[in-house]
Every structure is written in structure tokens, then in C-alpha cells.
Write a protein that binds this ligand. Structure first.
Ligand SMILES: CCCCC/C=C/C(=O)SCCNC(=O)CCNC(=O)[C@H](O)C(C)(C)COP(=O)(O)OP(=O)(O)OC[C@H]1O[C@@H](n2cnc3c(N)ncnc32)[C@H](O)[C@@H]1OP(=O)(O)O
Ligand SMILES: NC(=O)C1=CN([C@@H]2O[C@H](COP(=O)(O)OP(=O)(O)OC[C@H]3O[C@@H](n4cnc5c(N)ncnc54)[C@H](OP(=O)(O)O)[C@@H]3O)[C@@H](O)[C@H]2O)C=CC1
Length: 264
């Protein structure tokens, strides 16, 4: 549906692009002409992903833990030397684990906050200072989760993603003067490698959530990637500081207490 050269001459960074949704976003951008950089912590699967993605165009990779700002600076060095610019940043790397809030350890809480909030901030600040501000153009898309009615069973990620959503609103205003747009995409339950990390009984819960969904299905990686393409493109030129839900209305409907009741 998009022009095949929509992102020609554009350079995009997708964090967590070695797997699942990030991989799908990288592939979609490449297919529309962008040059893409992917990063993640695990070097071997990252290199494999970049090799596979290179079938569709120019894709380079560098291992990077987004929680370590010095590694993010090194990633910016690579982007500068390879491409000399950056146009689109998709902050997709993130995650959490299911747990009743009262059982989350300090380390577990900090791991989720560091990954989703600090990591997203470090990458955004470093790429804005290196590329977007001097270029006077940039586009940041933050992948969060559907946390509109809270996230019982994943309190850490609810708090972290709400922080990212608020950061998005703030930076969208502060950086509008540099012609930088920021938006969030909030996926519901998406069939991807991320879901494979959940064991029983959460797995069974996923089937219940599918039945409860008003569209009677989980989302696909393409559903999320298509929303990112829209926000990354000039078709959304007057849209900044918003959140686009890609969740078949789960933010409006459904039992948010299911996971907690299951653990009790
Ligand atoms: C049910 C429907 C949900 C639908 C919506 C959302 C779906 C998704 O987001 S799917 C994507 C999921 N993908 C991931 O979550 C992958 C990335 N996740 C991670 O890498 C980890 O979960 C992380 C965010 C915690 C970061 O990992 P890392 O820093 O490598 O963590 P450590 O292994 O060093 O552990 C630190 C700390 O956290 C505790 N912890 C980790 N996993 C669990 C767990 N499954 N249960 C309980 N606690 C866990 C770990 O024990 C450590 O704490 P301490 O033991 O106190 O030291
Ligand atoms: N699947 C779903 O239903 C939903 C997913 N989401 C969110 O979408 C995003 C992608 O999820 P999905 O593809 O399903 O899951 P995956 O677990 O497949 O993807 C997570 C990616 O992030 C990378 N990553 C994690 N921590 C770091 C870090 N500290 N530094 C750099 N990279 C990191 C991982 O690579 P590595 O381990 O090598 O670092 C991996 O490539 C996540 O933010 C997730 O929470 C939101 C709602 C629903």
C-alpha cells in the first residue's frame, strides 16, 4: 500500500531488531528502501538476523546493551561512519516478566526499568544529539505495551511504559523546534518470539485473551510494523506526542486482572 521507495535515502535504527517485532519492523523499512541498523545484546543471533535482512537491502548490525550509554555512543559512531546520518529511530528493545508485584525483587524491578525507561532515554538522547538536532529532522517511534488501565501481573512494565509514554509527550514538545517527531505504538498481544518467553500458566492465559479480544485474534508482527511505517512516514507529518494502539481494542475491553487472579 505504500510507495516502494517511501524510505529511499532514509537511515533507520531499530533496537532489538534481531527478533520478533523489531525484526519485522526492520524488514518492512528495508522493503520500502531504507538502510537499516539493528542492535541487540546477543551477538550471534544479531549477526544472523542482519545477514537474513540483507536480502532486502542494506542492513548493518552492532551488539549493544541499550542500558549502557557508552555502548549506545559506540553504536552512534558506527552509524556516523557507515551512513553519516540517521532519520528514523525505533525504540523497540524491551521486555519484562510476569510476576505479582509483591514478589518482584529490587534487581528484577531495576532490570525492567533500566531496559525500558533508561535504555529508551539513552538511545533517544544520544541519537538526537548526534543526528536529529544537527540535521534539524528526526523521527522517533517508541514501542510500549497496552498499559492504559494499568498492568496487573506486570507492575514494573506498566510503570516503565507509562514513563516512556510521558517522556514521548515531553520530548515531542521540547524537540519540535528541531523538527523531530516522537510517537508511541502500544501493541496488545502479538504473536512473536516475545510470547515464546512465557511458560504455563501464562501460555494458557494467552488463549483466553484471544477469545476475549473483540476482533477474536492476537495481533501480528505486520500489524505493528504497518503502524510504525505510518508514523515513520510523512503521511503522519502533523502527528507527534501520541500513542497508537495496535491491540484490537484490548485497551478498552477485557479483564485486566486475569494474570493476577491466575497467580493467586
Ligand atoms: C501476558 C501477555 C503479555 C502481552 C504483552 C507483552 C508482551 C511482551 O512484551 S513480549 C516481549 C517479551 N520479551 C522479553 O521480555 C524479552 C526481554 N526480557 C528480558 O530480557 C528480561 O525479562 C529483563 C527485562 C528482566 C532483562 O533481563 P536481564 O537484565 O538480562 O535480567 P537478569 O536475567 O539479569 O535478571 C535480573 C533480575 O530480574 C529477575 N528476573 C528475570 N526474569 C525473571 C522471571 N521470569 N521471573 C522472576 N524474576 C525474573 C532476575 O531474577 C533478577 O533478579 P534477582 O534474582 O533478584 O537478581
Ligand atoms: N509480543 C508482544 O505481544 C508484545 C511485545 N511488546 C514489546 O515489543 C517489543 C518487541 O517484543 P518482541 O519482539 O515480541 O520480543 P522479543 O523478546 O523477541 O524482542 C525483544 C528484543 O529486544 C532486545 N533487547 C532486550 N533487552 C535489550 C537491551 N538491554 N539492549 C538491547 N536490546 C535488548 C532482545 O535482544 P537481546 O536479548 O539479544 O538483547 C530482542 O531482540 C518489546 O519491547 C516488547 O515488550 C509490547 C506489547 C506486546
Amino acid at each position: 500500500m505504500y510507495a516502494p521507495n517511501l524510505f529511499q535515502d532514509k537511515v533507520a535504527l531499530v533496537t532489538g531488531g534481531r527478533s520478533g517485532i523489531g525484526y519485522g519492523i526492520a524488514e518492512a523499512l528495508l522493503k520500502l528502501g531504507a538502510k537499516v541498523i539493528i542492535c541487540a545484546r546477543k551477538a550471534a543471533p544479531l549477526a544472523e538476523a542482519a545477514a537474513a535482512l540483507s536480502e532486502h537491502g542494506t542492513c548493518v548490525q552492532r551488539p549493544c546493551d541499550i542500558r549502557k550509554s557508552e555502548e549506545v555512543e559506540a553504536l552512534a559512531d558506527l552509524i556516523e561512519s557507515e551512513f553519516g546520518r540517521l532519520d528514523i529511530l525505533v525504540n523497540n528493545a524491551g521486555g519484562q516478566f510476569p510476576s505479582l508485584a509483591r514478589h518482584i525483587s529490587d534487581n528484577g524491578w531495576n532490570a525492567v526499568i533500566n531496559t525500558n525507561v533508561n535504555g529508551t532515554f539513552y538511545v533517544s538522547r544520544i541519537m538526537a544529539n548526534r543526528f536529529f538536532v544537527p540535521q534539524k529532522s528526526g523521527n522517533i517511534i517508541n514501542i510500549v505495551v497496552n498499559h492504559l488501565r494499568g498492568f496487573p501481573g506486570m507492575a514494573h512494565t506498566g510503570a516503565a511504559r507509562a514513563a516512556v509514554e510521558n517522556l514521548t509527550k515531553t520530548l515531542a514538545q521540547e524537540w519540535a523546534v528541531y523538527n523531530i517527531r516522537l510517537n508511541c505504538v502500544a501493541p496488545g498481544t502479538i504473536i512473536s518470539s516475545g510470547l515464546d518467553t512465557y511458560a504455563e500458566p501464562v501460555k494458557a492465559l494467552l488463549d483466553k485473551m484471544k477469545e476475549e479480544n473483540l476482533m477474536q485474534r492476537h495481533g501480528t508482527i505486520e500489524d505493528v510494523a504497518n503502524a510504525v511505517l505510518f508514523l515513520a512516514s510523512p503521511l503522519s507529518a502533523y502527528t507527534s506526542g501520541t500513542t497508537l494502539y495496535v491491540d484490537g481494542m484490548d485497551h478498552l475491553h477485557g479483564d485486566r486482572m486475569r494474570m493476577v487472579n491466575m497467580f493467586r
